[in-house]
Design a protein around this ligand. Structure first.
Ligand code: BG6
Ligand code: MG
Length: 214
């Protein structure tokens, strides 16, 4: 039986995916590169450094380490600016109701996010109070699709990976969950998230007891 739900943050609980996309697009203009939505899909769930590396590869641009560090700081400053006014109204529809249902059912709730800004976002939106454990980009060394972030979630909660259900909007995140031996529920488009055990478009009207079979 399942004992915990591990949630990705960006694009699952809050719609910060649009802010990351905006900030990367803005950065791309510095080296004349126009990032597309299809490419952005491949950046979801991927760490900041790894994202920049991918973009530079697509742009066929070889940057020095100094240039890269500067751009990483600039991207994040821009992103922090974009999220500066976030508030509870930006929690995605249905999320609070779903969290309430699983909490009532006795599930542990943990975060498994690649973002180093996760705590700021959880605080600004008030989501932080729901979490028993937060594993974010400051606590891992390997980017999704490596399962590290979710495995640390399971061990931090003192349960087995097979007792965890992961909620993910990113291909890399679904892969990470499966690599970690967990059940993966995709949030979004079934075409994009083929490896997930099940895909739902969002949390609106979702009955936890049906989805998680308790
Ligand atoms: C993931 C996002 O959750 O966090 C990625 O899907 C993002 O788009 C990554 O690059 C790292 O986030 P941050 O906030 O540390 O730059
Ligand atoms: Mg995500």
């Amino acid at each position: 039986t399942y004992k915990a739900c591990l949630f990705d943050l960006d694009g699952v609980l809050v719609d910060t995916a649009i802010y990351h996309f905006q900030a990367w697009k803005n950065l791309g203009t510095k080296f004349g590169y126009a990032l597309t939505e299809e490419q952005n899909e491949l950046l979801k769930g991927v760490s900041r450094v790894e994202s920049l590396n991918r973009i530079l590869t697509w742009a066929n641009y070889s940057a020095t380490e100094d240039q890269k560090s500067t751009w990483l700081i600039e991207k994040n400053e821009n992103y922090l600016d974009l999220i500066s006014n976030m508030n509870p109204s930006e929690i995605l529809p249905g999320v609070l109701d779903f969290l309430n249902q699983i909490k009532q059912a006795g599930y542990k709730i943990a975060l498994g996010s690649a973002s180093k800004n996760a705590e700021i976002i959880l605080s600004k939106t008030g989501l932080i109070e729901w979490f028993d454990l937060i594993i974010d980009g400051n606590k891992v060394t390997k980017s999704k699709p490596d399962p590290e972030v979710f495995l640390k979630g399971a061990s931090g909660l003192g349960i087995l990976p097979t007792e965890c259900i992961v909620f993910e909007d990113a291909q890399a995140g679904v892969e990470a969950a499966k690599a970690g031996n967990m059940r993966a529920i995709g949030i979004g488009d079934v075409e994009m998230l083929r490896q997930a055990d099940k895909v739902i478009p969002n949390f609106v009207g979702i009955q936890a007891s049906e989805l998680l079979q308790f």
